[in-house]
Design a protein around this ligand. Structure first.
Ligand SMILES: [Zn+2]
Length: 243
């Protein structure tokens, strides 16, 4: 049985917004030696550069730590330090960690969109953490002035407080809009509807991650360094100002 992924519900201005769901009720549908499969979850499984969520599953007689969530052959496994004996549990996402990932994920899309528009460089890799992120661009050979400009352009969108929209679109339409910019061919051809994240006027990109509602929540982007990662590939490492 497939797990219903609650943060994937469409964003329609409801409260709480699906990406901001911190707790939920679920039923255990499968038990392993150190994991459970739930009928529904708000936990993010590691993927696309965004780390796994952690948190707690609670039931009347006890609680278990969720150490990581991983998708294996299409099944979402919640690895736990103790397998609950109850069938019904309440899940609690470690919100501080997840919200940090959301701020970095949305800011990464923002930076990727801006770098694409100004320099025509694609994002070829990224890894988010709770306190910094890195994004690899290609083809790129940024000068210090370029980095100053990227940072300023990102922070202008942050300061403008633009809405982040999440919606579904036909693959053909998405392909048409983003052209060479993204590696849509990495997404299985069986998927015809794509979940698109639109970061204000700055970015439009398919993604399965969890995202902020407004760019204001990013706070501010501070580029820490640029590293050359070989031929025509530059890595930008950045942190976020506290909100
Ligand atoms: Zn993404």
């Amino acid at each position: 049985m497939a797990t219903r992924v609650l943060y994937m519900d469409e964003r329609r201005g409801q409260e709480p917004d699906p990406c901001y769901l911190k707790d939920f009720d679920a039923r255990i549908v499968e038990r392993g030696p150190d994991f459970v499969v739930l009928d529904a979850t708000a936990f993010y499984a590691e993927g696309g550069g965004q780390p796994t969520d952690t948190g707690i599953l609670r039931w009347p007689a006890g609680e278990a730590k969720v150490l990581r969530v991983q998708k294996e052959k299409g099944v979402l496994r919640h690895y736990v330090d103790r397998v609950p004996e109850a069938d019904e549990v309440q899940g609690f996402v470690d919100w501080e960690r997840r919200y940090a990932h959301m701020r970095f994920h949305t800011s990464q899309h923002l930076m990727s969109g801006i770098v694409w528009r100004i320099y025509g460089a694609r994002t070829v890799g990224n890894q988010l953490h709770a306190d910094h992120a890195r994004v690899d661009f290609q083809p790129a050979n940024f000068t210090p002035e370029d980095l100053t400009r990227i940072e300023a352009e990102c922070n202008a969108v942050v300061g403008a407080g633009q809405d982040v929209r999440i919606f579904e679109e036909d693959r053909v339409g998405v392909d048409h809009k983003i052209g060479d910019r993204s590696l849509l061919d990495l997404i299985p051809t069986s998927i015809n509807r794509l979940r698109v994240i639109q970061v204000g006027s700055a970015d439009y990109c398919p993604c399965g991650g969890t995202h902020l509602r407004n760019t204001r929540e990013i706070g501010g982007i501070r580029i820490l360094e640029k590293r050359s990662k070989g031929k025509e590939t530059d890595r930008i490492v950045y942190e976020l100002a506290s909100k």
